[in-house]
Design a protein around this ligand. Structure first.
Ligand code: ADP
Ligand code: TRP
Length: 321
């Protein structure tokens, strides 16, 4: 089964990104035909500084590869290396009713926030549809915020297939309602926009500082504590196996536990967990040409699949004459 997802390149990564999305994607490569790309065209809807985008793209690639994405087992590329996706996006635009895009929440939310919309923002879901259909994707794992965009993709695919026969595979969204939202320092969803993150790949001192800022209640050390309502526990558990989790739970329920000690342990655990990945990431970033080579190989693999689809689509639409 072909599983596809795209990730916008965006500066730093936090535990929510890793445990909520990246780890899951990387696990797919073991038993599915994983297609994973860096959505740099999409990032242009919120970023115009070319230098920042180029740097962010290489960093995003290094992050994924360092964390375990294997470019041999999966197909991993940068969206803009395959211009086929732009051609398909235009073709699909002609099967996209205006109303379908006008109803999109993410578009409406941005307009409500006062952002003056341009055509790129409006057409964002069509490009996303092209990303998905170009590779005949069966399954697309996304966060809840992308659910409607997947519905748009299916609607467009159905409209196109009604006209030309079964050209496109209808993609199934995989929206894992159970993937626990990773809480941030203050207990709200961990998010860059809330400034409540624990970041991957930080210097030791800065990492410790973030972890020490985790908000806990004022239960004194001599009283037992409730792990279920404790933010610190909910973050720490991401790193623990069943046995370790049970052990930590018992410590919470036994008088004597100090939150400060648990924070120190969490700091050491996080640091040690990501240290080998950070080293790998640094080596990748120190050799940008090597990184570009890996991405070029990924683009080649992706192009093979894209060309097959485009040959059909160009023929059906009369572009090949
Ligand atoms: P942010 O909210 O920090 O801007 P993004 O929207 O860039 O994060 O998230 C990128 C991906 O990481 C999304 O696919 C989302 O599913 C996942 N993700 C982000 N924050 C969390 C979180 N707190 N818990 C679980 N998954 C998350
Ligand atoms: N819009 C997605 C996001 O912001 C990224 C994305 C672009 C994507 N194209 C895609 C995700 C295709 C899945 C499939 O998270």
């Amino acid at each position: 089964m072909r599983v596809l997802s795209g990730i916008q390149p965006s500066g730093s990564l936090h535990l929510g990104n890793f445990f909520g999305m990246m780890k899951k994607m990387i696990d797919y490569q073991e038993h599915e035909d994983l297609f994973c790309f860096i959505a740099n065209y999409h990032a242009m809807t919120s970023l115009s500084d070319g230098k920042v985008l180029a740097k962010g793209t290489l960093e995003a690639a290094a992050n994924f590869l360092a964390l375990g994405l294997d470019p041999e087992k999966s197909t991993f590329w940068v969206q803009s290396d395959l211009q086929e996706v732009q051609e398909l996006s235009w073709i699909l635009s002609n099967f996209t009713p205006m109303g379908l895009l006008e109803r999109c929440h993410s578009y409406k939310d941005k307009v409500a926030q006062g952002i003056k919309p341009n055509h790129g923002l409006f057409a964002y879901p069509v490009l996303m549809t092209a990303d998905i259909l170009l590779f005949q994707s069966d399954k697309v794992p996304v966060g809840k915020d992308q659910k409607q965009h997947l519905e748009v993709a299916r609607d467009i695919a159905i409209k196109y297939n009604n006209e030309y026969g079964d050209v496109f595979t209808l993609p199934e969204p995989e929206i894992d309602e159970n993937v626990a939202t990773v809480p941030g320092l203050d207990g709200r969803k961990m998010s860059k926009s809330y400034g409540n993150t624990i970041d991957l790949f930080l210097e030791e001192k800065a990492l410790r500082k973030q972890i020490m800022r985790i908000v806990t209640d004022s239960t004194p050390p001599e009283e037992p504590k409730n792990p279920e309502t404790c933010n610190l526990f909910q973050i720490y558990r991401l790193f623990l196996d069943k046995g370790q989790l049970a052990e930590l739970r018992t410590r919470y329920e036994t008088p004597g536990l100090r939150y400060g000690d648990v924070k120190q342990e969490l700091f050491e655990t996080t640091r040690d967990f990501f240290a080998p990945y950070a080293e790998k990431r640094k080596a990748l970033l120190d050799d940008p040409d090597g990184l570009r080579k890996i991405l070029a190989m990924g683009a080649e693999k992706a192009r093979y699949a894209a060309t097959k689809t485009m040959r059909k689509v160009r023929k059906k639409g009369g572009l090949a004459y």
